[in-house]
Design a protein around this ligand. Sequence first.
Ligand code: HEC
Length: 200
Amino acid sequence: MDTKKPSAPSEPVLREHVYDGIQEYDQKLPRWWLFTLYMAIAWFVGHWLFYYQLGYGSSDTVAIDQAMAEMQTAREKQMESISDAQLWEMSRDPKIVEAGKATFMTPGMCVTCHAPDLSGTLAGAKLPGLPLSDQEWKHGGTPLEIFKIVRRGSPDVTKGMAAWEGVLGMQRVGEVVAFVLSHHQEGEPITRAPDSPPAK
Ligand code: HEC
């Protein structure tokens, strides 16, 4: 191997000044290094124009927000055509039930009127809401009937059971219904309350 030092013209030249005991070579930067530097600058200019000045590209945050919104709409669509069987299935999925429980138990939400144990009573006192843990239902006890009243509220607006769809969105309404259903068994007897509105 040839271990000779570079010959005279390209011999590194030491600069005169010394900072903190460090002396620099006076050397040209390698071409490949300069090339990547210039490419990075050009890339920056293009990127800056494309995303920030001309508005062609959307930033990651915007793209993610869009994708999330699309997913949400797709989910809501799915909810629109949900069946009894699917709601039962959701009620056996611990993750969905847990999410529904969190909504139900939020202070000021369902728990306020229907009680933490869904009995509609708290420490012997009757709360405004009906019990949701028994087999008697005023507005029908099939999963879709329960889904409907939570979405749309009581037909009798003076009763205080609001329409929750606008507040929670369909997805969370579905979850909270799954939580209510998790206190029940598919196929258990359902009775209508004496003051039930006539079934259609
Ligand atoms: C302000 C009190 C209040 C809140 C909060 C409330 N409800 Fe109700 N809920 C009621 C009342 C009152 C009724 C009975 C309505 C009627 O008599 O028509 C009812 C009825 C229901 C029924 C029908 C029961 C049946 O026997 O048919 C379901 C299901 C229900 N609520 C679920 C929920 C869920 C889930 C939430 C939370 C998202 C919720 N409620 C929040 C007061 C409330």
